[in-house]
Structures are given as structure tokens and as C-alpha cells.
Design a protein around this ligand. Structure first.
Ligand SMILES: C[S@@+](CC[C@H](N)C(=O)[O-])C[C@H]1O[C@@H](n2cnc3c(N)ncnc32)[C@H](O)[C@@H]1O
Length: 405
């Protein structure tokens, strides 16, 4: 995929001695270092992250409406500046200032060329993102309204430093691409980075999103802020969350009430959820003597987004030039549906294992669950996934009836 991307016959030139080729994403035309693979390039740009940049752009359009005036967006790890260029092109006169920072001088010089190419006023800086907020604070009384953190790997090395840039009503978006630790392949690494234990289960992407929310909530609480989740999703090789920061000790305290644990049996795929004090929240609490349950977390047990914010995102998406509009709308629409759903989900194909017959369509399973009085919705986390308050046996029973009907 990436190889083909760079092999296309394109316009080529050099920027500060670096061969670059011309590319397009949505309404932006820009220069990208020429390389066989994206990881060999002297400055980083991943075409697969177009949807990630779509989410930022659309979220910013809602933030601008909420704040009621042009905003200051800070992208501490900006690579060659494509996200900033797209924002400035699409949200004309609504972005007061866009700081596009990178530690790599080649990335910064290409970002400058990309700003010129698109005739936008991108403020390109060449700093270590871990110290830049401290520099802002020395000279600037204005804090960013939006911090858009998009690293490769884990965002945790940057979170503490960036938290000094939080202010009343600021917004933070965070990407994580270190899915192997977050999905339980390297649990100790996850614990070191996120102070949370993951588990290698089919719901691991939802767990990863909840671990990231937990870490961000903890960082915010230490600085005296609560968090309000706005959106979150998992796709391709990464997860992404968006939050609004809410200043105040009470907000911080209340936020941390949305944390807890999952207990999961790898033997039977049964699970239940507790709050931080290990009081039951969801599912049947097992006996203490049942040693097959693994403790997962701490995790964020609260909502994974905000219905109004997401609905406005979907509405605004129609008017904005996006890279993958249909895909954006499909994911965002499912996110709205699953906002009030129970934690985790069952995969129909996994739960039906051992029942002979054809797997019923997911929609039919959802209908049947609802007829029996359970909550049931599909989830963007897996094509066979259903979020429901039915327990494992109840879910399997309904599946079995539908298979044998
Ligand atoms: C995944 S890329 C960013 C991609 C970009 N946000 C986009 O949408 O195309 C991560 C970037 O972080 C930069 N980086 C890594 N450590 C940094 C640091 N301490 N300070 C500033 N930039 C850093 C890398 O040079 C790289 O360009």
C-alpha cells in the first residue's frame, strides 16, 4: 500500500536537498519526502492517517462554534504540516493561529514549503514538544484552545508536559499507535506507560481506548481538571480520543469516579465491570474463589463520547472537504449509537462457537435481544460485535435459538 503510494508517477522537486513528490489529501496539495516506505523517509507523513486528520478538522469546526470566536490550535508533533494546512484551508478565518511544531528540521522545512504551496498562514516551529509549552508560558498569555497530539507510538511521553498548556475550556485530541502494549501483547510495557494492565482479548481495542482515557483523565486531574469525552474510535493501526478539559477540583474528583476495572475469564469469555472501589457496575460479580478471572485496568468506565458534539460533527462533515467523508460519517454515526451502551461487547461468531448451524445476521440478534428487554447496539469496534446488558449465557441462548429457528 505504502510502496504503491510512493511509486506513482508524480511531480518531483527538492526542498533543502531533500527529494519530494507532490500529493493531495482532500483540498490540500503538498510535498512529501520521496521514499520507498514511509518509515524510510527523512520526515514523516502517513497517507493512512487521512481519516485521523478528518476527525481533527471536523472536531475543530465544532470547537470553534462552542468557543464562539477564532481559535488557537497547537499541533506539537506536526511532521510536514498537512493537518495544519488542511485546517487553515477549510476553516478559513476561524483559526486565529495554528502552530505546527516538529523536532525534525527536514519536517519543519517541508511544512513551511507546504504552507507556501497552499498560501496559508501556518506558524511552523522547530522545538522539542516536551518543553515547548513551557516556552509558550514564558512569553504568551494566550493558551491553545486545542492541543492535537499525534505521535507515532505512545502519547504518554508528552502528556505531562502538554498538561501545562491546559486552560479553562481547552480541548485535547490524542492518538496512540502503540497497539501491541495497549492490546495486551506487552502488558508490562502498557503498565509502565499507562499505569494500567491490558488483556489480549477480542475486545482489546475498546479496552485500549478506555486505558487511554484513564491515563488522560489522571494527567488532567493532577493539574486540577476534569475531562469530558467528546469522541473516540479505533480503526486501522491506531486509536484516537478527543476531550474537553473542565477546570476545578470537583470536576477532577468526579472525573476519576469514572474509572474502574474489568474482570475477564480467558477460559469462558465471561466478564464483569467494577468501579475503582471494586463495587459491581455491570455483569454478574463472580465468587472470590473463582481464580480464572484476570483483573484488567484501571480503565475509563464512563462514556466514550458526547452525543451532541458527535451529532454536530456529523452535520458539519457534510460541508467540509474530507479525505474519507463516507467512512467518517459511518464511524461517527455508530459512535453516537454506542455512547450509552454497556461496556465491552460480544462477538456473535465467537459466542456461537460450538453451536452447529448458520450464524444469524447481527441485526436480527440485536432485534431479538431488544424484544427480550435487553439493551443492544452494534459497535464500531468489531463488525460482529454487539454491546448489550445481556450476560454471556443469555446472549448465547438467544444466538442458539436464532441458529436453530
Ligand atoms: C506521527 S508524526 C506526526 C504526523 C502529523 N501529525 C500528521 O498528521 O501528518 C510524529 C512526529 O513527531 C515528531 N517528534 C518526535 N518527537 C518529538 C519531540 N520530542 N518534539 C517534537 N516533535 C517530535 C517526529 O519528528 C514526527 O514528525
Amino acid at each position: 500500500m505504502n510502496k504503491k503510494y510512493f511509486e506513482e508517477k508524480e511531480e518531483i522537486k527538492e526542498i533543502n536537498g531533500v527529494p519530494v513528490i507532490k500529493k493531495k489529501e482532500a483540498n490540500a496539495i503538498f510535498w512529501v519526502p520521496k521514499a520507498n516506505r514511509i518509515y524510510d523517509a527523512p520526515a514523516f507523513f502517513n497517507p493512512l492517517m487521512g481519516l485521523n486528520r478528518d476527525f481533527s478538522l471536523v472536531a475543530n469546526s465544532v470547537v470553534i462554534r462552542e468557543i464562539g470566536k477564532p481559535v488557537f490550535v497547537y499541533e506539537p508533533l506536526a511532521g510536514i504540516g498537512v493537518r495544519g494546512v488542511r485546517n487553515l484551508l477549510s476553516l478559513k478565518n476561524q483559526i486565529d493561529r495554528y502552530v505546527s511544531n516538529d523536532i525534525n528540521p527536514i519536517a519543519a522545512s517541508i511544512a513551511k514549503a507546504n504552507a507556501l504551496e497552499n498560501k496559508v498562514n501556518l506558524e511552523v516551529t522547530l522545538e522539542d514538544a516536551r518543553w515547548q509549552i513551557a516556552e509558550f508560558r514564558k512569553s504568551d498569555t494566550i493558551f491553545p484552545n486545542v492541543i492535537d497530539l499525534d505521535p507515532f507510538g505512545s502519547p504518554t511521553p508528552f502528556l505531562d508536559a502538554l498538561s501545562y498548556g491546559f486552560s479553562r475550556n481547552s480541548y485535547l485530541y490524542v492518538t496512540a499507535t502503540d497497539m501491541a502494549p495497549l492490546c495486551g501483547v506487552y502488558p508490562e510495557t502498557c503498565f509502565i506507560k499507562y499505569h494500567s494492565y491490558p488483556l489480549r482479548i477480542y475486545q482489546c481495542h475498546e479496552v485500549a481506548v478506555r486505558i487511554l482515557f484513564y491515563t488522560v483523565a489522571l494527567t488532567a486531574a493532577r493539574r486540577g481538571y476534569g475531562i469530558k469525552p467528546l469522541f473516540s474510535y479505533s480503526t486501522d493501526h491506531y486509536i484516537r480520543i478527543g476531550i474537553k478539559l473542565e477546570k476545578g477540583k470537583e470536576k477532577a474528583k468526579n472525573t476519576l469516579k469514572n474509572t474502574g476495572f474489568i474482570y475477564y475469564s480467558l477460559k469462558t469469555d465471561h466478564f464483569y465491570i467494577t468501579d475503582f472501589k471494586e463495587q459491581k457496575m455491570q455483569g454478574k460479580l463472580r465468587m472470590d474463589s473463582d481464580k480464572t478471572f484476570e483483573k484488567v485496568g484501571p480503565i475509563w468506565t464512563g462514556k466514550l463520547g458526547d452525543e451532541n458534539f458527535l451529532s454536530e460533527m456529523i452535520k458539519n462533515a457534510e460541508k467540509l472537504p474530507l479525505y474519507q467523508k463516507d467512512r467518517f460519517v459511518k464511524i461517527a454515526t455508530t459512535l453516537v449509537q454506542e455512547i450509552n451502551a454497556p461496556l465491552l461487547f460480544y462477538r456473535t461468531d465467537k459466542v456461537a462457537k460450538g453451536i452447529s448451524g448458520n450464524l444469524p445476521p447481527k441485526k436480527l440478534v440485536i432485534k431479538k435481544l431488544r424484544e427480550r428487554g435487553f439493551k443492544a447496539v452494534e459497535t464500531h469496534f468489531h463488525s460482529q460485535g454487539i454491546k448489550t446488558d445481556a450476560d454471556y449465557e443469555q446472549f448465547r441462548q438467544i444466538l442458539s435459538e436464532l441458529i436453530h429457528r
